[in-house]
Design a protein around this ligand. Structure first.
Ligand code: TYD
Length: 203
């Protein structure tokens, strides 16, 4: 039986997830918890190879079905090699992106069947669901200015508007788990909002 805590961070590209993950890690460590910060895609050695395939802009032929399955493959490896062992060791796991990214980017963004993506991911992860998900909300037109333009980031603003809408739809469906936080303001202000939204579930 696992006894750790699984927190995921979500948001469109350039919104500052990694910065916030690292602030949160330090916050928990100061409270005396053992924390693992990790990410998808690419949180394992094998996953890093999958990440290179997924993000290389030269891979124009990469089919949307392949894209879904590669994200799910990366995730399966990550869950079994990194996330579950850490949770079993009673750590707090903070993960940049997880299944919700596939629902938002491949489901809502590309217009592919949400239920199928959920089913594949449920199978790939053995049904592991985050205890809390923090979604950092921002206008993609602004946040994308901070990105370098990999294969996904080269997609249109219309695509990113659908991704954002997808995240907000998940929030409506699962308000207990999936918390919407405005990414506006200083990093300290955003970090405060995140800690409030976690509502002391780690205590
Ligand atoms: P990420 O590593 O967060 O981006 P970066 O390091 O460039 O900030 O994610 C890489 C890209 O993969 C990002 O554009 C979001 C996308 N993505 C999906 O489309 N589906 C998924 O399931 C995941 C995990 C990521």
């Amino acid at each position: 039986m696992r006894q750790g805590l699984f927190i995921t961070l979500e948001g469109v590209d350039g919104v500052g997830k990694t910065t916030q993950a690292l602030i949160l890690k330090e916050y928990f460590e100061q409270l005396g918890y053992e924390v693992l910060h990790t990410f998808e895609p690419g949180g394992t050695k094998l996953g890093n190879s999958i990440r290179q395939i997924l993000l290389n802009p030269q891979h124009e032929e990469l089919h949307s079905m392949t894209e879904i399955l590669l994200y799910a493959s990366d995730r399966a490896q990550h869950v079994y090699e990194v996330i579950l062992p850490a949770l079993n060791a009673k750590k707090i796991v903070i993960c940049d992106r997880y299944v919700d990214s596939s629902i938002a980017y491949q489901g809502y963004g590309l217009g592919l069947e949400i239920r199928a993506i959920e089913a594949v991911n449920q199978w790939a992860t053995g049904g592991l669901i985050p205890d809390r998900t923090i979604y950092l909300d921002a206008d993609p037109a602004l946040s994308l200015q901070k990105t370098e333009g990999d294969r996904i980031e080269q997609r249109t603003l219309e695509y990113y508007a659908r991704v954002r809408k997808g995240f907000l739809t998940i929030a409506q469906r699962e308000p207990e788990r999936f918390k919407v936080i405005s990414a506006d303001g200083t990093r300290e202000a955003v970090a405060d909002r995140i800690i409030k939204a976690l509502g002391g579930i780690y205590l």
